[in-house]
Design a protein around this ligand. Sequence first.
Ligand code: ZN
Length: 210
Amino acid sequence: MFLSDDLQQLIQTFCKLPGIGPRSARRVVLHLLKNKHSIVTQLKETLEKVANHHRECTICGYIDSRNPCFFCTSPHRDPSVLCIVADTGDVWAFEKACFFKGQYHVLGGMISAFHGKRPEDLNLASLKNRLSNVVKEVILAMDGTLEGQTTLHYITSSIHQWAPHIRISGLAKGMPVGGEFDYMDQGTLISAFTGRQNVPHLADSIQQWR
Ligand SMILES: [Zn+2]
Protein backbone atom coordinates (compact mmCIF):
# COMPACT_ATOMS: atom_id res chain seq x y z
CA MET A 1 0.00 0.00 0.00
CA PHE A 2 1.46 3.35 -0.97
CA LEU A 3 0.02 4.99 2.16
CA SER A 4 1.57 4.05 5.50
CA ASP A 5 -0.70 2.54 8.15
CA ASP A 6 -0.50 5.71 10.23
CA LEU A 7 -1.44 7.89 7.28
CA GLN A 8 -4.39 5.67 6.44
CA GLN A 9 -5.53 5.80 10.04
CA LEU A 10 -5.25 9.60 10.11
CA ILE A 11 -7.24 9.93 6.88
CA GLN A 12 -9.91 7.58 8.22
CA THR A 13 -10.09 9.64 11.42
CA PHE A 14 -10.70 12.85 9.45
CA CYS A 15 -13.40 11.01 7.46
CA LYS A 16 -15.35 10.61 10.70
CA LEU A 17 -15.75 14.40 10.94
CA PRO A 18 -18.99 15.93 9.63
CA GLY A 19 -18.76 17.19 6.06
CA ILE A 20 -15.36 15.57 5.40
CA GLY A 21 -15.20 12.88 2.73
CA PRO A 22 -12.14 10.78 1.77
CA ARG A 23 -10.99 13.31 -0.83
CA SER A 24 -11.12 16.25 1.61
CA ALA A 25 -9.49 14.10 4.30
CA ARG A 26 -6.53 13.30 2.01
CA ARG A 27 -6.13 16.99 1.14
CA VAL A 28 -6.17 18.03 4.81
CA VAL A 29 -3.64 15.33 5.77
CA LEU A 30 -1.34 16.30 2.92
CA HIS A 31 -1.57 19.96 3.96
CA LEU A 32 -0.69 19.02 7.53
CA LEU A 33 2.29 16.99 6.36
CA LYS A 34 3.60 19.92 4.34
CA ASN A 35 3.11 22.35 7.23
CA LYS A 36 4.27 20.23 10.13
CA HIS A 37 5.95 23.01 12.03
CA SER A 38 3.54 25.87 11.49
CA ILE A 39 0.22 24.05 11.91
CA VAL A 40 0.60 20.61 13.49
CA THR A 41 2.21 21.78 16.73
CA GLN A 42 -0.35 24.52 17.24
CA LEU A 43 -3.22 22.19 16.30
CA LYS A 44 -2.06 19.56 18.77
CA GLU A 45 -1.78 22.04 21.63
CA THR A 46 -5.11 23.70 20.86
CA LEU A 47 -6.97 20.40 20.52
CA GLU A 48 -5.63 19.23 23.87
CA LYS A 49 -6.60 22.51 25.53
CA VAL A 50 -10.10 22.52 24.07
CA ALA A 51 -10.72 18.85 24.86
CA ASN A 52 -9.45 19.15 28.42
CA HIS A 53 -11.11 22.41 29.39
CA HIS A 54 -14.54 22.35 27.77
CA ARG A 55 -17.52 20.64 29.35
CA GLU A 56 -21.30 20.81 29.21
CA CYS A 57 -22.68 23.47 31.53
CA THR A 58 -24.48 21.75 34.42
CA ILE A 59 -27.33 24.25 34.17
CA CYS A 60 -28.03 24.56 30.44
CA GLY A 61 -25.88 21.96 28.65
CA TYR A 62 -23.97 24.48 26.53
CA ILE A 63 -20.36 23.43 25.93
CA ASP A 64 -18.02 26.04 27.40
CA SER A 65 -14.75 26.40 29.29
CA ARG A 66 -16.71 27.83 32.24
CA ASN A 67 -19.25 26.07 34.42
CA PRO A 68 -21.78 27.63 34.79
CA CYS A 69 -21.30 28.88 31.26
CA PHE A 70 -21.13 32.35 29.75
CA PHE A 71 -24.89 32.55 29.16
CA CYS A 72 -25.92 31.29 32.59
CA THR A 73 -23.69 33.78 34.39
CA SER A 74 -24.11 36.84 32.16
CA PRO A 75 -26.11 39.70 33.76
CA HIS A 76 -27.02 40.87 30.26
CA ARG A 77 -29.12 37.83 29.34
CA ASP A 78 -32.83 37.82 30.09
CA PRO A 79 -33.61 34.76 32.28
CA SER A 80 -37.36 35.05 31.59
CA VAL A 81 -36.99 33.74 28.01
CA LEU A 82 -35.47 30.32 27.44
CA CYS A 83 -34.59 29.11 23.95
CA ILE A 84 -34.39 25.31 23.74
CA VAL A 85 -32.07 23.96 21.06
CA ALA A 86 -30.82 20.52 20.10
CA ASP A 87 -27.13 21.30 19.98
CA THR A 88 -24.42 23.77 21.02
CA GLY A 89 -23.91 24.52 17.31
CA ASP A 90 -27.45 25.96 17.18
CA VAL A 91 -26.47 28.44 19.91
CA TRP A 92 -23.47 29.49 17.83
CA ALA A 93 -25.74 30.10 14.83
CA PHE A 94 -28.19 32.23 16.83
CA GLU A 95 -25.45 34.21 18.54
CA LYS A 96 -23.83 34.94 15.18
CA ALA A 97 -27.07 36.60 14.13
CA CYS A 98 -26.96 38.81 17.26
CA PHE A 99 -30.66 39.18 18.05
CA PHE A 100 -31.63 36.82 20.86
CA LYS A 101 -30.94 38.13 24.37
CA GLY A 102 -32.50 35.42 26.50
CA GLN A 103 -30.90 32.26 27.85
CA TYR A 104 -30.50 28.84 26.24
CA HIS A 105 -31.09 25.22 27.11
CA VAL A 106 -29.18 22.64 25.04
CA LEU A 107 -30.80 19.20 24.81
CA GLY A 108 -27.78 17.35 23.43
CA GLY A 109 -29.72 15.86 20.50
CA MET A 110 -33.26 15.09 19.43
CA ILE A 111 -35.60 12.17 20.02
CA SER A 112 -34.95 9.71 17.21
CA ALA A 113 -36.13 6.13 16.83
CA PHE A 114 -33.70 5.74 13.93
CA HIS A 115 -30.67 6.82 15.97
CA GLY A 116 -31.90 5.19 19.19
CA LYS A 117 -32.13 8.53 21.00
CA ARG A 118 -34.79 8.44 23.71
CA PRO A 119 -36.25 11.27 25.82
CA GLU A 120 -34.21 10.11 28.82
CA ASP A 121 -31.04 10.61 26.77
CA LEU A 122 -31.75 14.34 26.51
CA ASN A 123 -30.81 17.05 28.97
CA LEU A 124 -34.33 17.29 30.42
CA ALA A 125 -33.83 16.86 34.18
CA SER A 126 -32.00 20.17 34.43
CA LEU A 127 -34.64 21.80 32.22
CA LYS A 128 -37.33 20.89 34.71
CA ASN A 129 -35.26 22.44 37.51
CA ARG A 130 -34.93 25.70 35.56
CA LEU A 131 -38.64 26.27 35.06
CA SER A 132 -39.11 28.50 38.07
CA ASN A 133 -41.36 31.54 38.22
CA VAL A 134 -38.63 33.59 36.55
CA VAL A 135 -39.18 31.83 33.22
CA LYS A 136 -42.13 33.33 31.34
CA GLU A 137 -41.60 31.86 27.87
CA VAL A 138 -39.87 28.88 26.33
CA ILE A 139 -39.01 29.01 22.63
CA LEU A 140 -38.55 25.61 21.02
CA ALA A 141 -36.04 26.12 18.21
CA MET A 142 -36.45 22.80 16.42
CA ASP A 143 -36.23 22.20 12.70
CA GLY A 144 -39.00 20.68 10.57
CA THR A 145 -37.65 17.12 10.53
CA LEU A 146 -39.57 14.23 12.08
CA GLU A 147 -37.04 14.18 14.93
CA GLY A 148 -37.37 17.94 15.45
CA GLN A 149 -41.16 17.87 15.56
CA THR A 150 -41.30 14.76 17.77
CA THR A 151 -38.92 16.43 20.21
CA LEU A 152 -40.92 19.65 20.10
CA HIS A 153 -44.18 17.93 21.00
CA TYR A 154 -42.60 15.78 23.70
CA ILE A 155 -41.07 18.81 25.40
CA THR A 156 -44.26 20.82 25.00
CA SER A 157 -46.22 18.13 26.83
CA SER A 158 -43.56 17.86 29.53
CA ILE A 159 -43.47 21.60 30.18
CA HIS A 160 -47.26 21.73 30.30
CA GLN A 161 -47.07 19.20 33.11
CA TRP A 162 -44.14 20.75 34.96
CA ALA A 163 -45.03 24.44 34.65
CA PRO A 164 -48.41 25.12 33.01
CA HIS A 165 -48.05 28.90 33.43
CA ILE A 166 -45.17 29.14 30.93
CA ARG A 167 -45.84 30.24 27.35
CA ILE A 168 -44.44 27.75 24.85
CA SER A 169 -43.71 28.90 21.33
CA GLY A 170 -42.14 27.38 18.23
CA LEU A 171 -40.32 29.04 15.36
CA ALA A 172 -42.42 30.46 12.54
CA LYS A 173 -43.53 28.12 9.79
CA GLY A 174 -41.34 28.20 6.77
CA MET A 175 -38.24 26.81 8.47
CA PRO A 176 -36.56 24.50 5.99
CA VAL A 177 -36.92 20.81 6.79
CA GLY A 178 -33.54 19.57 7.94
CA GLY A 179 -32.07 23.00 7.30
CA GLU A 180 -29.26 23.73 9.71
CA PHE A 181 -29.54 27.04 11.52
CA ASP A 182 -25.90 27.69 10.80
CA TYR A 183 -26.62 27.90 7.07
CA MET A 184 -29.53 30.31 7.43
CA ASP A 185 -29.06 34.01 6.87
CA GLN A 186 -29.62 36.51 9.67
CA GLY A 187 -32.90 37.84 8.23
CA THR A 188 -34.49 34.38 8.01
CA LEU A 189 -33.44 33.51 11.54
CA ILE A 190 -34.80 36.76 12.96
CA SER A 191 -38.15 36.42 11.15
CA ALA A 192 -38.43 32.80 12.37
CA PHE A 193 -38.04 34.10 15.93
CA THR A 194 -40.20 37.21 15.70
CA GLY A 195 -42.95 35.26 13.91
CA ARG A 196 -42.97 32.49 16.50
CA GLN A 197 -46.31 30.96 17.42
CA ASN A 198 -47.74 29.23 20.46
CA VAL A 199 -47.34 25.47 20.28
CA PRO A 200 -50.61 23.57 20.83
CA HIS A 201 -50.60 21.02 23.62
CA LEU A 202 -50.71 17.56 22.09
CA ALA A 203 -51.50 15.44 25.12
CA ASP A 204 -51.16 12.22 23.20
CA SER A 205 -47.66 12.89 21.96
CA ILE A 206 -46.09 12.20 25.35
CA GLN A 207 -47.95 8.93 25.82
CA GLN A 208 -46.37 7.18 22.86
CA TRP A 209 -42.95 7.36 24.53
CA ARG A 210 -44.11 5.83 27.80
ZN1 ZN B 1 -25.12 27.39 31.00
